[in-house]
Design a protein around this ligand. Structure first.
Ligand SMILES: [Mg+2]
Length: 494
């Protein structure tokens, strides 16, 4: 007998072996795909994977033009810009001109001024002796791939200007860099270049059309929700999807609802009416400000409430896929009950680094264990030794048996200190090597030493699932049941 609706388990079996690590979808919170009715997608850095190097180069050139127009020295253009310096999840300290990486407890684990790493002492002086108010205007989160070039420019400009002997107003410089990049986006200096040569700036994923079709053929409806404006989105989506599958005449056929210029994260918090963008470029207000679920139309603006009315289902049956921790994932989680997938493009590199250092990570764990054991032993000897030495100091001399005991403990203390030093040295060298394999300036994106990084923590807290690219969904049945690893508190670990 043929089953018309396969059970989730059977559907999973049909998809066979688990995908390779870089094609896998990782699960923080359990999610049943068979319960999802609508799947929504962000466009930039989610469906459209930009070439980071080309994008950085483009943004940096555009920014430098504008900075020099504002009176910064022309020689800035000849400075070296390390686009491999910034990663997501960093925090810019606009007051001191430093860039920081923190762990999940907002403890600063690494810091750079320009491209020079801050010593442990100055890190402690600047950041560890008081609580960091990361939400204040002094600090700026780097939470998108698009913002990485800002950090590359900021760090290099500080280094360059200070070498010239100029006194730098770090706060103003950062404000200028940000404004110049924003202006370059608004006045078309960046977007026009991208549209003029899409294959150079955007990687076309050949599996994307099949992935969307795979979801649609399982009865799911799809929507696009992007901040990019209508004409740009139209060109980009054509580039990504048109000609991909014979069943679809244009990219619009894949989506039951298309929303551009959505102004996320504001989209999630304020009430704005949708408008329709007509083919002649004019806008038309809509009855009730709510869009119609009808393929081929393109809407602008709007808000989560009105979109939810159009989707005509409960928010927990909507799965939204985005790359922006704040604009896509965090707000979706805080303002609605939408389920989320976060696209973390950097995961492929992160996973291959992880594969290579697995042995070293195990060795680090055992070194740490060894160090703790030795420290405990050391403390035991120190307690006895101190008592004997105090006695000796008050009585001038100890009876011979006690004196022998004192010497024995003294030697044990010296020996243990030496072994601890060796273990620590090996640990530090190994850890440096591991960090360097992940990223030469910052180490792993998701970890800060043994702790989860602040970026990793946000992914863990706000994304139900995370993966390196949208087309990884093709490797899973549309009925797949993603299950999270069991959460364990320290008292549950043996
Ligand atoms: Mg995006």
């Amino acid at each position: 007998m043929q089953l018309t609706l396969p059970l989730p388990e059977l559907a999973q079996l049909a998809f066979g072996a688990s995908p390779s690590p870089s094609h896998r979808i990782y699960c923080n919170r359990s999610l049943r795909l068979d319960q999802i009715e609508w799947v929504g997608f962000d466009m930039d850095y989610t469906l459209a994977i930009y070439d980071q190097r080309e994008m950085d180069r483009l943004s940096i050139e555009a920014t430098l033009d504008k900075l020099t127009q504002r009176g910064y020295p022309e020689s800035l253009k000849s400075a070296t810009y390390r686009t491999d310096f910034p990663i997501r999840g960093l925090l810019v300290d606009r007051k001191l001109g430093n860039v920081l990486k923190m762990d999940r407890y907002k403890y600063v684990k690494r810091a750079y001024h320009g491209l020079a790493e801050l010593s442990k002492e100055s890190r402690r002086h600047d950041y560890h002796t008081r609580r960091l108010r990361v939400a204040s205007a002094r600090y700026h989160w780097v939470d998108t791939l698009y913002a990485l070039s800002e950090v590359a420019v900021y760090a290099a400009a500080i280094e360059h200007l200070e070498k010239l002997g100029q006194e730098v107003d770090y706060d103003r410089l950062f404000g200028d860099v940000r404004e110049c990049i924003d202006l370059s986006h608004q006045d078309g200096s960046i977007l026009d270049h991208i549209l003029a040569d899409l294959p150079r700036y955007v990687q076309r994923d050949p599996s994307l059309p099949r992935t969307l079709h795979h979801l649609r053929s399982a009865g799911k409806k799809l929507f696009l929700l992007t901040n990019s404006h209508g004409p740009y989105s139209d060109r980009m989506m054509s580039f990504l999807l048109d000609g991909g599958l014979p069943q679809y005449r244009s990219w619009r056929g894949y989506f039951d609802l298309v929303v551009c210029a959505s102004r996320k994260p504001r989209f999630f918090t304020s009430d704005v009416e949708f408008e329709e963008l007509l083919a002649d470029g004019t806008k038309r207000p809509l009855e009730g400000g709510v869009p119609k679920v009808e393929r081929g139309r393109l809407y602008l603006g709007g808000s989560i409430e009105r979109l939810q009315t159009a989707l005509n289902t409960t928010p927990d049956r909507v799965l939204y896929v985005g790359d922006h921790i704040y604009g896509d994932v965090l707000r979706a989680k805080k303002e609605t009950a939408w389920r989320t997938i976060m696209v973390v493009q950097e995961m492929s590199d992160e996973l291959s680094a992880h594969g290579e250092v697995e042995h070293s990570l195990a060795r680090l764990d055992s070194l740490e264990e060894q160090r703790l054991r030795l420290l405990e032993e050391l403390r035991d000897h120190q307690v006895v030794l101190k008592a004997l030495e105090r006695r000796k100091a008050s009585k001038k001399e100890l009876p011979p048996a006690d004196e022998a005991e004192r010497v024995r403990h003294r030697h044990a203390v010296d020996r243990l200190k030496q072994r601890i030093r060796l273990a620590e040295r090996e640990h530090d060298e190994l850890e440096r090597g591991v960090d360097h394999r992940f990223h030469r300036f910052w180490g792993s994106l998701f970890k800060a030493g043994p702790e989860v990084s602040s970026f990793g923590h946000q992914v863990e807290t706000y994304a139900c699932l995370y993966t390196s690219r949208v087309s990884n969904l093709l490797r899973y049945s549309p009925m797949h049941y993603f299950t999270s690893p069991r959460d364990r508190m320290p008292h549950e670990l043996r």
